[in-house]
Design a protein around this ligand. Sequence first.
Ligand SMILES: *[C@@H]1O[C@H](CO)[C@@H](O)[C@H](O)[C@H]1NC(C)=O
Ligand SMILES: *[C@@H]1O[C@H](CO)[C@@H](O)[C@H](O)[C@H]1NC(C)=O
Ligand SMILES: *[C@@H]1O[C@H](CO)[C@@H](O)[C@H](O)[C@H]1NC(C)=O
Ligand SMILES: *[C@@H]1O[C@H](CO)[C@@H](O)[C@H](O)[C@H]1NC(C)=O
Ligand SMILES: *[C@@H]1O[C@H](CO)[C@@H](O)[C@H](O)[C@H]1NC(C)=O
Ligand SMILES: *[C@@H]1O[C@H](CO)[C@@H](O)[C@H](O)[C@H]1NC(C)=O
Length: 216
Amino acid sequence: MADTQEGCCRCCCSFVFTLGLTALFMWLSLRADKPKSSIINFYLPALNRTLNDFNNSTNYSLYFTLKLNNPNKDKGINYDDVKVNISVFDIQTGNASLLGNYAVPRFYQGHKKKAQKQGQLDYNKTMVSKGLYPNGTAEFQLDMVTQVRFKILFWRTKRHQINVKAKFAVDDKGTKVNPRKKKDVPLTSTAPKRGYCNLVMGILVNFVILKFPSFW
Ligand SMILES: *[C@@H]1O[C@H](CO)[C@@H](O)[C@H](O)[C@H]1NC(C)=O
Ligand SMILES: *[C@@H]1O[C@H](CO)[C@@H](O)[C@H](O)[C@H]1NC(C)=O
Ligand SMILES: *[C@@H]1O[C@H](CO)[C@@H](O)[C@H](O)[C@H]1NC(C)=O
Ligand SMILES: *[C@@H]1O[C@H](CO)[C@@H](O)[C@H](O)[C@H]1NC(C)=O
Ligand SMILES: *[C@@H]1O[C@H](CO)[C@@H](O)[C@H](O)[C@H]1NC(C)=O
Ligand SMILES: *[C@@H]1O[C@H](CO)[C@@H](O)[C@H](O)[C@H]1NC(C)=O
């Protein structure tokens, strides 16, 4: 009688232990890092003083290049349309004026891959002139919003929201100023830092509930 109870307890313990190990293993192999993004190029020909004065420019467009990196060693990323807003800060009011938007069409990115995506838009000349300091510099903000699904082995996770932005200056050559002597302007999250744990748990739950049964 006592023996059976002990055996049962041992069996139960080892079951829980195995379950724990499996969960740990799955957590380690399934956790996914969100993509890293930065602005590697941002140029307004009208603000290039060696080319023209702002008011006699023939080109009131702006051009930018984004870099999107997949930091995961073994997970691909499906990006939904990557939506970008660009604003300039009015030097009188300090308010941001939306200059326009651009969308990078959805794409897939393999593990450890880097992608460069170019965009451009025509802006309102009055809005940018209101953001122009006498020394020819102006302050801009780029907002980027998208959703990603991670591809793990043969399945995809649910969508995860990405909201990032950067505020940066453009000099009198019309290009972004490198902050802290770095080449790129990193886009940083606008959401409070709580997403990571949810992401891991989401993947785990998604895997166990939706995918695991089909393995048997
Ligand atoms: C600004 O204009 C000059 C003269 O056309 C050109 O040489 C230079 O490359 C331009 N700057 C940028 C950042 O394109
Ligand atoms: C614009 O004006 C500046 C001086 O105000 C002049 O040097 C430059 O040649 C003009 N550029 C164009 C394209 O008219
Ligand atoms: C600037 O923004 C403030 C609120 O942030 C608003 O009260 C004010 O009206 C805005 N000014 C202009 C000129 O839009
Ligand atoms: C440009 O922005 C100004 C306000 O900053 C606005 O009065 C004007 O109508 C805008 N022009 C166009 C073409 O949208
Ligand atoms: C230009 O003027 C603005 C505002 O006074 C200042 O913040 C910025 O550092 C200046 N830029 C340069 C390159 O001098
Ligand atoms: C761009 O601005 C519009 C209007 O304010 C807003 O609805 C949209 O969510 C913004 N998109 C991004 C990427 O910030």
